[in-house]
Design a protein around this ligand. Structure first.
Ligand code: SAM
Length: 250
């Protein structure tokens, strides 16, 4: 299965977006006075969305909703929103994992996805990100950090080291085709029960209609792994897409 657009749908989207373009990322590579004040998605929007995801998983799976994996942490805004949503729902046993090199987008990013990204976009140091979280009453020590480039950290050793087994929600916000592909390949053996996977930049810079970015990595993933079924669920804004993914082997 896949979520590729038919040529008619694609043409319709291109036409519609001439009048109603998909909003661009509010972040720019230029000087940012207070990086902690940057919220790529309004926190309240994400907290509500995450709470709905957790309630949905609770209905399907019971109290053991599974852990939260975030790929692309930047200043901690989105993982902080999940921390607050989890605590509001009293799901303290759910572990939160943040995967990031904290050096912005990796070298070579401009060579893919029609050149819309640049190396170093969204750079925020690990120390600064921790300060940003503390300002939001989020305890960074209550989150497990897996620091480094994905080609070094998304390994079987990481799975073993952190006993990664049960996933609940996955937030993929590392932008490029190649990084999101590495994430999906890493997740493959871990998707054994229902999991909600969110793609933050599905439509950013029209990468979906260009057949690039997260649209490409997820569609290829589904096409190459017929054991997975995905159902689209309501996402938190126009540029993202979210899915309930299940494995039919289990
Ligand atoms: C758009 S930002 C994440 C924004 C964050 N989720 C939020 O809402 O505030 C993208 C992040 O992905 C990280 N990233 C992208 N590709 C990566 C890779 N291959 N390895 C490690 N980190 C990566 C960057 O360091 C950056 O912090």
């Amino acid at each position: 299965m896949s979520f590729r657009y038919s040529s008619l749908t694609r043409a319709g989207k291109i036409f519609y977006r001439r009048f109603f373009p998909v909003p661009k990322s509010p972040y720019t590579i230029g000087e940012v006075k207070d990086i902690c004040a940057v919220n790529l998605v309004p926190p309240e929007t994400l907290i509500n969305f995450f709470k709905n995801c957790l309630k949905k998983l609770k209905e399907i799976k019971g109290e053991e909703v599974g852990d939260y994996f975030e790929f692309g942490v930047f200043n901690g805004s989105s993982i902080g929103s999940m921390y607050l949503a989890r605590n509001e729902l009293g799901l303290g046993s759910m572990r939160l994992f943040g995967f990031d090199a904290f050096q912005g987008l990796p070298p070579g990013s401009e060579k893919e996805d029609a050149g819309v990204y640049k190396t170093g976009f969204y750079t925020c140091s690990f120390e600064k990100m921790q300060q940003c979280l503390s300002r939001r009453n989020v305890n960074p020590d209550d989150i497990t950090w897996i620091k480094g480039w994905y080609n070094e950290t998304l390994t079987d050793d990481t799975i073993k080291k952190f006993s990664l087994k049960k996933i609940g929600v996955v937030f993929i916000d590392c932008d490029t085709y190649s990084s999101s592909k590495s994430v999906l390949d890493f997740l493959k053996p871990l998707i054994t029960g229902p999991v909600i996977i969110c793609f933050d930049d599905w439509k950013l810079y029209d990468l979906d209609v260009k057949g690039e970015g997260e649209y490409r990595s997820f569609n290829e993933f589904l096409e190459n792994n017929s054991q997975f079924k995905a159902e689209e669920i309501k996402s938190y804004n126009r540029k993202s897409k979210s899915f309930l993914v299940t494995s039919i082997k289990v």
